[in-house]
Each structure stands twice: as C-alpha cells, then as structure tokens.
Design a protein around this ligand. Structure first.
Ligand code: GTP
Ligand code: MG
Length: 337
C-alpha cells in the first residue's frame, strides 16, 4: 500500500543488504477503444514507472495495442442479446473475467482505470475493475470520458448513449476512490475535429498519469508524504483535473491559472498541485502557484508536489487535481465548472 514504509531493508538469510527505496506500483488499465487509445498514447510518450494493461472485447484492437499486458474479455454467453446500451451486458462482459482481472491487479498499490463511457465494453468494465481493486484494497482512480456533445435535435438515438454513459459514470463513482470525468469540447466548438477532441482527452489522461508516476517514482519529487496523497484520494469521489504549461515571466501563475481554467474549485475538499520543471523552479514561483490556488479555493487542504523533468526546458507545468465534488450536479446540470 502507498502508506507503507518509504524504506525497507532486504534480508537474505542473515545478511542485511543495502536499504532499498520502497517504490509503489501503479497499474494503468485501459478498457475498450478509448482506454486502449489512451494507453497507446502513454506508451508512445515513453512514460516509465507504470505498468500498462489493455482490456477489450475486441481482439483486433488489442493486437494494435502497445500495452505490455493484455486481456481479452469474452462476450461468450451474451451473444444472443442486443448489446447496444445495455448495462447488464456491459457489466457481464467484465464480470465473466473477474478471476483474470484480479490476477492482473494484484500487487498494485494504485490503479488508474481509463475508459470512454458510452461504448458497451468500457462502460460496465471500468466499474467492475474499480470494484475488484476495492476488494483487493488497492487505491483506484477512474478517469473517464463522456460521449461527444450533440445538438438536441440529434439526441433521439445518441441520447440513449448519453444516459448509458451516465449510468457507467455513476457506477465508477461508487467503486473508484476518485473519479475524474474529462470535459468534452463545448458544442460551440463544432469545428473541432473528432480526432482532435479525442487527442485532447488522451493528452490530459497522459498528463494525469505521468504526473502521478512522477510523484511516486521520481526520486527528486517532493511531496508532503505518500500517505497524504493516499488520504487525499481515498474515497474522495468526484474530482476535477486540469494541466497547463507556460514559459518566461510569471510562468508559474499563468500555468496555474490555465490549469484551473474556468473550473470552480472553491469547494474542493483537497487539492493536489504538481509543479513540474527541469529544476529551475524558483521559490517565488512556488509562492505564485500557492497564491493562485488560494485565490480560487476556500479552505481546501492543498498538497503541493514538486517534480523534476529535465526535458521541460524553459517550460513549467502545473497540474491541479481537486477532489470532493458533487457528481450529480456535474451530470445533470451540464455543470462543466
Ligand atoms: N479519448 C478518446 N475517446 C474515445 C476514442 N474512441 C472512442 N472514444 C470515446 O469513448 C466512448 C466509448 O467508445 P469506445 O471506447 O469505442 O467503446 P468500447 O468501450 O470499445 O465499447 P464497444 O461498444 O464494445 O466497442 C465514445 O463515446 C467516445 O466518446 C479515442 O480514440 N480517444
Ligand atoms: Mg470497442
């Protein structure tokens, strides 16, 4: 578990060897096409320190995937049933493979479950995986996308997908410790291409996972403590996430403002702010980030993490995860804030 010791001694027989650093294991599990694409994106960026797992009912999609571990989930006993937008079917697909999923998750300290809500495979499987993680006492974070927005006049059919997606999101909310629902581009951005909007989601997911991996695996990362992180995420419910970079003067303030965007984080229970630089972060910039967060939030507990990544060059990245929000308000009032 994350809350475990930072240092452990390895004992071989009676000989005590050098102390080794306790490095928690993060397993990142992509389910269905959206999840698989996100995992591929993460793999292409060359992220290390996390184990990538792909789960799908589509053998062809798995063949194209770069995850080191893969699992095909079966549709065997549901072939006779109509499979569009049926949560029972969606749920059964993963539930049939519980034993294998359990095996894949075991040994993890934290799992990140990624899926697009609205497709048959990922919508049910994501919450089954989060449920299994809970049974195994593994901290889980679900990060999901919603179907692309459509004008009302086209909702007769696709409205069912939206409802189906909402059901899947609610189940993830029940079983995952923390749930991030990625915002779609607003309908006013109709000229954005579909691949472009998918890529935005993939990139945000990558920023989230790489930030987490940086915090946990980076020897230089400075964070309150790993148990603080666990405390922040454990049963924390609906969370909001943003990430942005800036360069030059006031890069810290600008990146923080952009990462928060138009998101209302004023009532967050907790906030994790991760500042990533090549090591050139100044004390004054640290203050700028904290001041900017304080301006936007009330009395939230803020955990500040500083991670170094030499490839950042002049850029400073700030990622903000704010936890403890009301999911229904987000789902039913179209509240994207
Ligand atoms: N970010 C991202 N989202 C995607 C991508 N493809 C699909 N999605 C979204 O994910 C949602 C679910 O679609 P899929 O991932 O294709 O569905 P699935 O889980 O494979 O389920 P099946 O219906 O069984 O194929 C859709 O509503 C899309 O909004 C992708 O390449 N990237
Ligand atoms: Mg699919």
């Amino acid at each position: 578990m994350i809350a475990g010791p930072d240092r452990a001694e390895v004992v071989h027989g009676s000989t005590v060897t050098e102390p080794v650093k306790f490095v928690p294991t993060i397993k990142v599990i992509g389910i269905g096409k959206c999840g698989l694409e996100a995992v591929n994106y993460i793999s292409k960026q060359g992220l290390t320190g996390v184990e990538l797992i792909a789960i799908d009912s589509d053998a062809e999609a798995l063949r194209r995937n770069h995850a080191t571990t893969q699992l095909i989930i079966t549709q065997a006993n549901i072939q006779e049933r109509a499979i569009r937008f049926d949560l029972d079917v969606s749920f059964a697909m993963a539930a049939n493979s519980r034993a294998q999923i359990k095996e894949l998750l075991s040994g993890a300290d934290m799992v990140v479950v990624i899926a697009g809500m609205g497709g048959t495979t990922g919508t049910g499987a994501a919450s089954v995986i989060a449920q299994i993680a809970r049974e195994l006492k593994i901290l889980s974070i679900a990060i999901v996308t919603q179907p692309l927005p459509l004008p009302n006049r086209l909702r007769a059919y696709e409205g069912n997908r939206e409802r189906f997606a909402r059901e899947g999101i609610k189940l993830c909310h029940i079983y995952a410790d923390a749930l991030i629902v990625l915002p779609n581009p607003p309908i006013e951005e109709a000229e954005t291409s579909v691949p472009e909007s998918y890529k935005r989601a993939d990139s945000l997911i990558y920023q989230f996972v790489s930030g987490l991996a940086g915090l946990i695996n980076n020897q230089d990362s400075i964070i309150g403590s790993l148990s603080d992180l666990r405390l922040l995420l454990f049963r924390s419910g609906f969370a909001k996430f943003g990430s942005a970079t800036a360069t030059r003067r006031h890069r810290a303030r600008i990146a923080t403002e952009l990462a928060i965007g138009n998101t209302d984080i004023s009532n967050a229970k907790g906030i994790l702010a991760n500042i990533i630089s090549d090591g050139s972060l100044k004390l004054s910039e640290l203050t700028e980030v904290m001041e900017c967060i304080q301006l936007n939030s009330d009395n939230s507990k803020v955990i500040q993490a500083i991670t170094y990544d030499e490839s950042m060059g002049d850029e400073l990245r700030v990622t903000i995860m704010a936890t403890g929000f009301n999911l229904s308000r987000h789902l039913y009032s179209g509240d994207s804030k």
